[in-house]
Design a binder for this molecule. Structure first.
Ligand code: DGL
Length: 264
């Protein structure tokens, strides 16, 4: 394994760009390859076995391109598949985890809300996380039904998205939540609307920046960090409709990018 090899990052769609942004900012010398598995999103509607199969195919795609490390930029996929991926592939694999521990540390009311896909909330990995770190607070789970689809459609600010968010968030506010965990990598793109609904007194947490720090740590530990003189960059792939992917990725990445077809 050489330090000049790329790092693979993937999600069911464009949500993982909220993680990729932090990774690119923290590790600008690294070559990054991003895969949006748009043809199979939302992962929340697949079985854990189906999600694992998608993760394996994407991991093989990255390994074929010489990846030295992998970031599963999707909470749902991490919950369903990361243990088995780590067993079967030898490169460092970093996954997402809802920020329950920092939320419990930050709460004043003692009530935290976790907004995530049903797949994440129903997973054993998540229930272990809550058991381990959430016992000193009341942890309320809220499935974010429909939100991934709104983000994928580029619908960040419509009445429909606002209404949907209110349905999910107002019951949390009524129960005294003062820290809201965004447990899905699509949701940070809805933060302006979420902030509008929850007001200024609720802390909103996501784990994108923590994942970038963890990736850096793992690269250093394995002596895999790219030389500071290297020209880093990002190559984008999507299994979904290319024109739509290209316009969405360009919009969220802040400049025109080329998205190539992800072929298995
Ligand atoms: N971004 C994924 C996550 O973090 C969304 C999963 C989905 O496609 O349902 O959970």
């Amino acid at each position: 394994m050489s330090s000049q090899q790329p790092i693979g990052i993937f999600d069911s769609g464009i949500g993982g760009l909220s993680v990729l942004r932090h990774v690119h900012d923290l590790l600008p010398d690294e070559q990054l390859i991003y895969v949006a598995d748009g043809a199979h999103m939302p992962y929340g509607s697949l079985t854990p076995g189906e999600i694992e199969e998608r993760c394996r195919r994407i991991t093989v795609f990255f390994i074929d391109r010489g990846a030295k490390a992998l970031v599963v930029a999707c909470n749902t996929a991490t919950a369903a598949a990361i243990e088995n991926l780590r067993q079967d592939f030898s490169l460092p694999i970093i996954g997402m985890e809802p920020a329950v521990k920092p939320a419990v540390e930050a709460t004043g009311s003692g009530v935290i809300g976790v907004l995530a896909t049903s797949g994440t909330l129903a997973s054993e990995k998540f229930s272990m996380l809550v058991k381990r770190f959430g016992s000193s607070a009341e942890v309320i789970f809220q499935p974010g039904l429909g939100l991934v689809e709104q983000v994928e459609a580029g619908d960040f600010d419509s009445d429909k998205t606002r209404k949907l968010l209110k349905v999910h968030l107002l019951p949390l506010l009524e129960r005294g939540v003062d820290v809201l965990v965004l447990g899905c990598t699509h949701y940070p793109f809805l933060t302006p609307l979420i902030r509008e609904i929850v007001g200024r007194n609720v802390t909103i947490l996501d784990t994108g920046s923590a994942i970038a720090v963890e990736l850096k740590r793992q690269l250093e530990k394995n002596r895999l960090s790219a030389a500071t003189s290297s020209a880093g960059g990002v190559q984008f792939f999507s299994s979904g409709e290319i024109e739509h992917s290209q316009s969405m990725v360009s919009h969220l990445w802040g400049r025109n990018v080329v998205v190539e077809k992800f072929v298995e």
